[in-house]
Design a protein around this ligand. Structure first.
Ligand SMILES: [Zn+2]
Length: 658
């Protein structure tokens, strides 16, 4: 999801004067709380391994190197789903089966299933207001073809608690065995105002629309945290076969490969789409003039669109008879290792004809995003990437191969920014499937950082990293910061959640890059992603990978930046010349210990750099002094002359002689 541009009112983050929209108390930057030197400083104690993680190490499913263990396992599902959507009423009716494979070493007597749409039921526990639609009506549940009743009156059966459905198994699913669950259900796609999807008069973006088996993992077992609107998701991997029935004339974009384009698309649309796969220019596949049954799509009453997706964690779809459809292709590198370059289709679906809309540019933006990130991280693995316009309240949201981008986005920077951010999510969490609910930074933070890399490449005159750094510092100084290591539904304010999940982790990665150097940074950063492709890494796996790849004990770094809201503020305290040289004292006014480099420039323009080791601060000191020899007078002293440290007060980082 996008935060910087959409969730918080700009005034809230940038000036910190009005945070009403995020539920936060208004604060002002006029008088930030001073960071006062303490007589002693807190010392970051080591990161302790969570007990469930230690048990997983003992069981051989995790390691202390950050790699998955030799006995790593995870569950698997095969979904076969069909849904019909009625645009005039917003009603969706669905049926389908999920074959659930128990690859764990334990028999499972119950299967837990998400009914995310119950967020919109009257009874749901929510952390934010949403339109109420009644949630999901479950009309049938079966296990291996036998109907399971709803529990009640002493009868054993399935139970629904908020957004979680628990289905008892007639006999536990043995390790290595599978079971097939069947469902029939209906729901109303919520109107504008719903998070992450919904419908308007012109379009519907349909997300979280089917019963989805919850994750049962090797560290924590079943993860059945309720969906309450803010904290996002934790999803398992599987193959999907889906069929969407809509009136002819409505275009459907979805996760997965369209399997029956010959049946549902008009000849003209098929031909243009085929051409888009062979050219680097943008092909207008369906324009405003081409819309409708028999023109954009095949003729008829209703059409059923079939999609297949392999090894994904979800399927979303968008539908509209107003969409224009642009297509091109992106070069993603050699993803299958056969020595030749591969491509992915790039699609955009949007409502055309809106004054000042930049959507007609978005195929180019999406292509750049995919090509840039394929190079920066690793090749994009899916057959297409679709940037799709959704209701305004969608903000920016990611689904496998799909984005939901709210509104018309009249400005190139904001449209590119939200496009690259949501597309960056195709790596985290789509391919690297962490628990977004409990550790939002693990996908949002890495995604925000990756998005800023794309923005800086596409707009070389803008500095997206500096923008995030600035927002982090403002919030850090306001006292509204909350720690990263917190469940996404347990933040006091939207600002606290946003900074901890987006800008601060971006800042941390910039700091790590400065500290380790670009080469070591990229080596460890990519290793983490590649080690956990299509798996479920925990924060411990993230920390362990960095230490394993760089060979450094970084516990002090993780503890200070991820668990605490300490700030960094080093200052040049005194510069004192005497006969034998000049003594320079660096004072640490903040709590966060960081190594730094101090550059000393003399009047004759010669210069030298001096390392302030982190161990000096870790020993509890608050000042560090060093002497440079006599010679040309010292003219300038500068801490962090490369400028990568998130020092909350840079005014005291330099000293200039008279
Ligand atoms: Zn995001």
């Amino acid at each position: 999801m996008s935060f910087r541009r959409l969730t918080i009112a700009a005034s809230c983050v940038v000036t910190l004067t009005a945070c009403a929209s995020s539920g936060a108390a208004p604060v002002t930057t006029q008088a930030p709380a001073p960071v006062v030197a303490a007589p002693t400083r807190p010392r970051p104690y080591p990161v302790t391994e969570p007990v469930p993680f230690r048990r997983a190490v003992d069981a051989g499913t995790r390691t202390r190197t950050g790699e998955p263990g030799p006995k790593y396992w995870q569950q698997w599902s095969k979904y076969n789903l069909a849904a019909e959507y009625e645009p005039t009423t917003g009603k969706l009716t669905g049926t389908g089966t999920v074959t659930y494979f128990n690859r764990s070493p334990r028999p499972l007597g119950v299967v837990q299933v998400h009914l995310y749409h119950n967020l919109f039921s009257n009874e749901a526990v929510r952390v934010e207001a949403v339109p109420l639609t009644g949630g999901v009506t479950v009309t049938q549940v079966t296990v291996n073809g036998t109907e399971v009743p709803k529990a009640g009156g002493g009868q054993r059966g399935y139970r629904i608690n908020g957004t979680i459905m628990s289905i008892p198994m007639p006999a536990p699913i043995a390790p290595g065995d599978s079971t097939t669950l069947g469902f029939a259900w209906s729901l109303t796609v919520p109107p504008e105002g719903a998070p992450r999807g919904g419908r308007t008069d012109e379009l519907a973006y349909i997300s979280y629309w089917y019963p989805q088996v919850a994750v049962y993992d090797d560290v924590n077992g079943w993860q059945v945290d309720q969906y309450t609107g803010n904290a996002e998701f934790y999803m398992g991997y599987g193959d999907y076969d889906v069929a969407f029935t809509v009136p002819a004339g409505y275009l459907v974009g979805a996760t997965g490969r369209l399997m029956n384009g010959g049946e549902v698309l008009s000849k003209q649309t098929q031909e243009r789409l085929a051409r888009a796969g062979t050219t680097d220019s943008v092909v207008r596949v369906v324009t405003e003039a081409d819309r409708g049954a028999g023109k954009a799509t095949a003729a008829g009453g209703k059409l059923t669109w079939r999609f297949q997706a392999k090894n994904v964690r979800d399927v979303a779809w968008g539908v509209s008879d107003k969409y224009a459809w642009d297509a091109t292709r992106a070069v993603v590198g050699d993803r299958d290792g056969n020595g030749s370059v591969d491509t992915a289709a790039i699609y955009t679906f949007y409502v055309p004809g809106v004054p000042n809309s930049k959507w007609a540019e978005d195929a180019r933006y999406a292509r750049h995003s995919i090509e840039f990130l394929s190079n920066y991280l690793w090749p994009y693995p899916y057959p297409h990437m679709t940037a799709m316009q959704g209701p305004r309240s969608c903000g920016g949201m990611e689904y496998p191969m799909m984005t939901c981008l709210g509104g018309t986005q009249p400005d190139s920077f904001s449209l590119y920014g939200v496009t690259v951010h949501e597309i960056a999510h195709m790596w985290y969490p789509m391919q690297v499937g962490s628990d977004e609910k409990r550790h939002a930074w693990q996908d949002e933070g890495l995604t925000e950082f990756n998005g800023t890399q794309g923005e800086n490449d596409f707009f070389p005159n803008r500095d997206a990293e500096a923008q995030d750094l600035q927002i982090y510092k403002q919030v850090a100084m306001s006292g509204m910061e909350e720690p990263l290591m917190r469940h996404g539904d347990r933040y006091d304010t939207g600002t606290g959640y946003g900074i901890a999940s987006y800008m601060k982790p971006t800042t941390i990665l910039i700091t790590l890059r400065g500290m380790l150097g670009e080469e070591q940074f990229l080596k460890a950063y990519r290793a983490y992603g590649r080690r956990w492709l299509y798996k479920h890494p925990t924060p411990t796996d993230f920390f362990n990978t960095w230490e394993n790849v760089t060979g450094q004990d970084l516990d002090w770094f993780w503890r200070s930046w991820f668990w605490e809201t300490w700030t960094l503020d080093q200052a040049v305290k005194t510069v004192t010349p005497d006969a034998s040289g000049t003594t320079i004292v660096i004072e640490d006014l903040g709590f966060t210990p960081m190594p730094s480099t101090v550059k000393v420039t003399r009047a004759d323009s010669s210069s030298s750099t001096h390392q302030v080791p982190v161990n000096h601060w870790l020993a509890g000191n608050t000042t560090y002094s060093f002497t440079v020899g006599a010679g040309s007078p010292v003219a300038r002293v500068q801490i962090d002359h490369d400028g990568y440290l998130p020092d909350v007060s840079t005014k005291n980082n330099g000293w200039v002689g008279q």
